[in-house]
Design a protein around this ligand. Sequence first.
Ligand SMILES: NC(=O)c1ccc[n+]([C@@H]2O[C@H](COP(=O)([O-])OP(=O)(O)OC[C@H]3O[C@@H](n4cnc5c(N)ncnc54)[C@H](OP(=O)(O)O)[C@@H]3O)[C@@H](O)[C@H]2O)c1
Length: 181
Amino acid sequence: MKVSMISAIAHGRVIGTGHGGIPWHLPRDVKHFRNYTRGKFLLIGRHTFEEMQGWFSDHYPIILTRQTDYTAELGSVANTMEGAMDLAKASGAGELVVCGGAGLYHSALPYADELILTLIDAGIEGTALFPDYENAAKWETLSDEAFSADKDNNHAMRIVHLRRLHPTALGAKEVLDGETR
Ligand SMILES: NC(=O)c1ccc[n+]([C@@H]2O[C@H](COP(=O)([O-])OP(=O)(O)OC[C@H]3O[C@@H](n4cnc5c(N)ncnc54)[C@H](OP(=O)(O)O)[C@@H]3O)[C@@H](O)[C@H]2O)c1
């Protein structure tokens, strides 16, 4: 099963103000997010799940929380990254798409095989940051599309799709386990 992360990132890796909501208006990115994630298993941090109620009816959401008694009306709940990946795999997922927010992206980056990033050409004040993926691993670019701002989308943006060149934390562990068996 592949683990991917999808995110929209402004200058300085800002992904949110830190007090709720997404600080830009980009219907093109919303459409891209919906097209990429539709029908897939999604991993969502507890804060983002509560902030984005109503977004996940076309998906199989797994909510990540350390609260062992957390219940959600929609989807499943996991308490660890490994538990979430096992749950998705056991349900037959070919891909688990990590949808944020900041805390979850940091937890999930070591496991991510691919990144689907909307790089927004905007300087935005915010404390919610995407992790420093460029220095965390080496990535090859599968695609890179540029879009100008227009009457509906208030910033220019690029959608880049990156694939990790080295094994993920999980891949490396599987290699080690194999070597010690
Ligand atoms: N631009 C984008 O693409 C994008 C996408 C999504 C969200 N965002 C932004 O991100 C911000 C929210 O980020 P956030 O960091 O506050 O919240 P978050 O990542 O949505 O949720 C954090 C919570 O997830 C759980 N969690 C995270 N890592 C875990 C782990 N390894 N094991 C178990 N549970 C774990 C914990 O829940 P418990 O506290 O319940 O234990 C933690 O408090 C908002 O500003 C939002 O708008 C931006």
